[in-house]
Design a protein around this ligand. Structure first.
Ligand SMILES: Cc1cc2nc3c(=O)[nH]c(=O)nc-3n(C[C@H](O)[C@H](O)[C@H](O)COP(=O)(O)OP(=O)(O)OC[C@H]3O[C@@H](n4cnc5c(N)ncnc54)[C@H](O)[C@@H]3O)c2cc1C
Length: 462
């Protein structure tokens, strides 16, 4: 039953174009990634300012109204799914960049700005926002902060967490906490902003952030190489890190099955033959185009001589560079190779990854319903993604696949979520990665911030 009092109160603070109710909601979606289920909700609200977010939350708090926060809706863990008795706060109208400060090397922005817009705004001032991942054209910075997104350059520049200098959030009781600082060092007590980063909107709504930028690189060089054993992949990573003078910015691994599936289509190039067990995409960012290219080329040749790699192709133009990286960046298309797909995003100690993925693959291959297994990952961060395709969609099968992939996590002190978060979908498996005591402490924090459990209820914990 729609709470009429709630709608009346919302109408008193919002303009017509900031509130959707009843049939107006039907052409919106709760989660655009591979679903077309219409959104269910009491109402969708579109605040334009932090004060409006606070006012909406105060009304919801008073009415014990559950709220689900919507950013760019690209999460892969059911974080933005709604029930029909819940209210949505969408940040899409909080889409203004407030300042790009090239002297402090910071960008101050509202939370609803699309990540790619921020990357471009920084680039216009010759600065780099190093946060970069496949969904950058749709994900909002508030969503990226709330899920502590990672991506392709984490091992050089860190996750979103490392880029946030200042934050403004609205707590579940409507209190505004504003700490939009541009300073790098601040040891004045608890680092409160870190609580909101990665907590998937369960503790507060991020309304603004200050992000740290880097000087834009003047060169970008890339290669793809073929390697025949996982041990050599690890040796290659160590070799390049020590030899490229800090320029190494990307080291992405895809397994043979994934490379073959990506390059069998005529739309993508096939820079190397499909004879190798592993394919590594290498990127270096620097300040001296000619020297940086020569340095990478020389170290690739040296890797060939040392037997670390068997084959290599350097990108000789921007076009070639884009074509090579497209094989890695477009990997999500492999989800359509089977009727149903399951995605994983686990973390493991780097040296152990090869043998663990082999044994997971062996176990998965024993299941007749599993049709495709595509491992790939941000290997320099110890982060493996899996897209597993199956021809059946029963909860029992999903659970069986989950338990096979998550089985090694406790023993090897890994994580069930390197990047994507827990949301609703992975909550039942949180115990594979966190102790009872840790989960209890998270629950206590949630109760402290949100005693009525109205903000993003059910995500991560309860
Ligand atoms: C093709 C593809 C590639 C991807 N690649 C990567 C990758 O390499 N690395 C990676 O980390 N992720 C990746 N993702 C996952 C996803 O893009 C990220 O998690 C992204 O940060 C989510 O941002 P969003 O704005 O879409 O958030 P949403 O999906 O809208 O929301 C994510 C969560 O944060 C909450 N939330 C959203 N905005 C706010 C806010 N302002 N305040 C408080 N809570 C909020 C939501 O309620 C939800 O729980 C990928 C997704 C796709 C579809």
């Amino acid at each position: 039953m729609v709470n009429k009092k709630l709608i009346v109160e919302l109408k008193s603070i919002l303009k017509d174009n900031q509130l959707l109710i009843k049939d107006q909601i039907l052409n919106r979606f709760s989660h655009i990634w591979k679903t077309d289920q219409p959104l269910q909700a009491i109402a969708v609200t579109f605040p334009e300012t932090t004060k409006e977010v606070s006012d909406i939350i105060k009304i919801c708090n008073k009415n014990n109204q559950e709220i689900i926060v919507h950013g760019g809706l690209t999460n892969l863990v059911g974080g933005t799914e709604t029930k029909k008795n819940q209210l949505v706060i969408s940040l899409e109208k909080m889409n203004k960049i407030e300042e790009v400060d090239d002297k402090s090397r910071t960008i101050t922005t509202q939370a609803g700005v699309i990540l790619e817009t921020l990357i471009n705004a920084a680039a216009e001032k010759n600065l780099l926002l190093p946060l970069n991942f496949g969904a950058r054209g749709s994900a909002q910075i508030g969503g990226a902060v709330s899920s502590n997104a990672g991506g392709l350059r984490v091992f050089r520049f860190g996750m979103t967490r490392q880029m946030v200098l200042g934050i403004e959030v609205v707590l579940p009781d409507g209190t505004i906490i504003s700490s939009l600082k541009k300073i790098i060092k601040d040891n004045s007590g608890y680092d409160l902003k870190q609580l909101f980063i990665g907590s998937e909107g369960t503790l507060g709504i991020v309304t603004k952030v200050v992000l740290r930028l880097q000087e834009a690189p003047k060169s970008r060089c890339s290669a793809i190489v073929g390697v025949n054993s996982y041990e050599l992949v690890v040796d290659l990573l160590k070799f390049l890190e020590s030899e490229l003078g800090g320029n190494l910015s990307g080291f992405e691994l895809i397994w043979k099955s994934t490379y073959n599936a990506m390059t069998e289509s005529s739309e993508l190039i096939k820079p190397l033959s499909n004879n190798y067990e592993y394919y590594v995409f290498i990127e270096s960012l620097g300040s001296q185009p000619k020297q940086d290219y020569d340095l990478l080329e020389n170290r690739i040749e040296e890797s060939l001589k040392r037997g670390l790699i068997i084959d290599a192709v350097m990108a000789n133009s921007d076009k070639e560079l884009k074509q090579i990286w497209q094989i890695r960046e477009d990997i999500s298309i492999l989800a359509s190779k089977a009727k149903f797909d399951q995605h994983f995003d686990i973390s493991l100690p780097i040296p152990k990854i090869g043998e663990i993925i082999d044994s997971i693959t062996k176990e998965l291959n024993k299941l007749n319903e599993v049709k495709t297994i595509f491992p790939f990952g941000h290997i320099a961060d110890g982060n493996i993604h899996f897209i597993i395709g199956r021809d059946k969609n029963t909860p029992k099968l999903i659970d069986l696949i989950n338990s096979i992939v998550y089985a090694p996590l406790k023993k090897f002190k890994g994580s069930l979520s390197a990047e994507h978060g827990i949301g609703l979908d992975k909550k039942a498996y949180l115990y594979t990665t966190r102790s009872k005591e840790e989960i209890k402490l998270m629950e206590q924090l949630k109760k402290l911030f949100d005693p009525k459990n109205i903000l993003n209820p059910g995500r991560i914990i309860f």
